[in-house]
Design a binder for this molecule. Structure first.
Ligand code: ADP
Ligand code: MG
Length: 613
């Protein structure tokens, strides 16, 4: 048999490469934008017609190309960015394979105009299906403009696989966003069918994110910073309450390159664990800078996946940096608070009639057992983190203007829905609405706290502490109690008994569905009937098991916190409300319940003014 292996002609080889690199118009957009960035452009214009099917044009004011380079740039493996194999591990540019322009030119008609700063006259080139049609001098500004016309005109299969214009446009916008976010110092203009559709001026990162995703992002972002010898991590994560139901705004860049990494995404998501509902996805814009030798970017045709030398290290850094950022965000509402005291006392216009609240509150009532005495429903365990931190939310004593005349109780009508406690020693007032919300004025407006979720958070963190220091907070019962369970519940309790014990319960099985409880977590069980508590925990564990994928330990912890938390419908005394606030703001994550629900909201003074416009 004669030899049958032949080398493919360049045009065919390029088409094959194109199949990998240029899958849709958005891929060409990405490659052209990246070339402009590599060329040091400060202004980049993207023009699209018919979702990129008719025209994709990128114009930049970068370094441009000489006429020889202009011709060479369309050759396969022609690149100015690396010269030898070892350069592959020192890559600082977006491109390095010299494949993109060759691929694009193989499957479209390309017009290139380019000029370097030191030349008077530029070069114009036309190429169709990898064949040079025209090369001539031309007048053009410094920089490069590449117009890609009729993409996929000679690869009908690819063309037929394109999705609707809307879908393709979405892909293009996504590519533009990725490039724009990581290059805030570059201005972008995006035209669709001759109309300016997006314009991003030069800015800093945070402003750029707001330009790209909307100005409300300014308030939604928490900064993340971390630096080690190996990696510098910076960027932002979205506040937990803005987590999305679909995986959307998740941007991870390594050395300014957008990459997909389910592994590192998981690190971020893990940091958000317990802060957002299980089915929600956090937003993040994270930038990792590392020595190029730490990573291999040459592992994927579109360069959106990379290999790390030590991926676990990066995982740990990302996770802990995000956790730290989320933790410190939780105490930073203080930063949002201005010295604004207009809302510290009710408006006294003299016309309204005042009646004292009509509902009597039992001042002895305390859902937290001894907590009233210490002021901390979580006992001294929760006060470890930042006790009294929340007080900074309130006007300090010295910046509260004393009313010239004390407001008499005749000046304001208080609906019987409101239960007001006495002012406490700091002059802070708490109100309870519908036996459900604690309302209290803060410097920047009015804070509303969901009492049940708040207490769940407090107990949750408290139990976490107890688990960590096993046995610290148990209270021995003088008279051990017997509880009886049905077979099914008894089986579940047997399964979770070690976890329940780790929270401070002393439980032993006596057999045939009977258990004896001889110790309970200190300070929080006074008001509860043991049998009900244990049944409630089991019930909650069953429910969580269906809904959540938590491990057993987390499930029991969460279930117990939920079961013991003060319910909606419970009237709270002023002291209890204060205790909840106090302990809540001593938590590391006061803003969300263990199930990821919102615990508190602040109606800002601006919102209030707007309401009364
Ligand atoms: P790569 O980016 O991997 O080097 P490309 O095929 O994208 O390969 O580009 C080939 C070469 O053409 C680049 O290395 C660069 O020298 C040149 N080039 C491409 N686009 C531009 C541009 N917008 N401005 C200046 N030079 C460019
Ligand atoms: Mg390139």
């Amino acid at each position: 048999m004669s030899d049958i292996i032949k080398l493919l002609p360049d045009a065919v080889a390029n088409q094959i490469a194109a199949g990998e690199v240029i899958q849709r118009p958005a891929s060409a957009v990405k490659e052209l934008l990246e070339n402009a960035i590599d060329a040091g452009a400060e202004n980049i214009k993207l023009i699209i017609k018919d979702a990129g099917k008719t025209l994709i044009q990128v114009t930049d004011d970068g370094i441009g190309m000489s006429d020889t380079d202009a011709r060479l740039s369309f050759e396969r493996h022609a690149t100015s960015k690396i010269t030898q194999a070892s350069d592959l591990f020192a890559i600082r540019t977006m491109g390095f394979r010299g494949e993109a322009l060759a691929s694009i030119a193989a499957i479209s008609r390309v017009e290139l105009k380019t000029r370097t700063a030191d030349q008077q006259i530029g070069t114009r080139i036309e190429i169709e299906a990898a064949k040079l049609e025209v090369q001539e001098p031309c007048n053009c500004p410094k920089g490069t403009s590449i117009a890609v016309k009729n993409l996929f005109f000679n690869t009908p299969a690819r063309r037929n696989f394109l999705k609707s214009d809307n879908v393709e446009k979405r892909h293009i916008l996504t590519e533009l966003q990725r490039v724009a976010i990581v290059n805030p110092e570059i201005a972008f203009q995006y035209y669709q069918n001759n109309q300016l559709s997006h314009q991003f001026n030069k800015s800093n990162l945070k402003q750029r994110i707001a330009h790209v995703f909307g100005s409300n992002y300014n308030q939604r972002l928490i900064p993340v910073e971390e630096e080690t010898q190996i990696v510098k991590l910076s960027g932002f994560v979205g506040k937990p309450e803005y987590a999305k139901k679909v995986r959307g705004e998740q941007f991870l860049f390594v050395n300014r390159r957008f990459i997909r990494s389910p592994y590192l995404n998981h690190a971020v998501e893990l940091a958000f664990h317990e802060l957002i509902p299980e089915d929600a996805f956090p937003s993040f814009f994270l930038f990792l800078e590392t020595d190029p030798g730490q990573i291999d970017v040459n592992v994927h045709p579109t360069k959106t996946e990379i290999k790390f030398q030590d991926e676990r290290y990066f995982y740990q850094i990302v996770k802990s940096a995000v956790k730290k950022a989320l933790g410190s965000f939780n105490i930073t509402p203080t930063l949002d608070f201005e010295r604004e005291t207009a809302f510290d006392r009710p408006p006294a216009d003299g016309r309204s009639v005042i009646k004292p609240p009509e509902i009597k509150v039992n001042p002895e009532f305390n859902p937290f057992g001894h907590a009233g005495k210490t002021g901390h429903p979580g006992g001294n365990l929760t006060s470890r983190i930042n006790p009294g931190q929340w007080e900074k939310l309130f006007p300090g004593q010295d910046d509260v203007p004393l009313p010239e005349e004390p407001i008499s109780s005749e000046q304001v009508t208080i609906s019987p829905e409101w239960k007001e406690g006495n002012e406490d020693k700091n002059g802070t007032k708490f109100f309870q609405l519908h036996n459900r919300y604690i309302i209290t004025p803060v410097k920047s407006g009015l804070m509303l706290i969901d009492q049940q979720r708040a207490h769940e958070r407090i107990l949750f963190e408290r139990f976490q502490m107890i688990q960590a220091h096993r046995g610290v907070s148990s209270q021995q019962l003088l008279f051990p109690e017997h509880i009886r369970l049905n077979d099914h519940d008894a089986d579940i309790l047997k399964e979770i008994v070690e976890e329940v014990k780790s929270l401070g319960f002393g439980i032993n099985e006596l057999g045939t569905g009977t258990f004896v409880v001889d110790a309970i977590p200190a300070d929080i069980m006074e008001d509860h009937v043991l049998q009900e508590v244990i049944e409630g925990i089991i019930e909650q564990v069953k429910k969580n098991r269906l809904e959540l994928k938590n491990d057993l330990r987390a499930n029991v912890l969460r279930s117990t916190a939920k079961r013991l938390a003060v319910r909606h419908g419970k009237a709270l005394s002023h002291e209890e409300m204060r205790a909840i606030c106090d302990s809540l703001f001593a938590c590391s994550m006061p803003q969300t319940s263990p199930a990821g629900k919102t615990v508190l909201k602040i109606i800002s003074n601006d919102d209030l003014s707007a309401m009364f416009k």
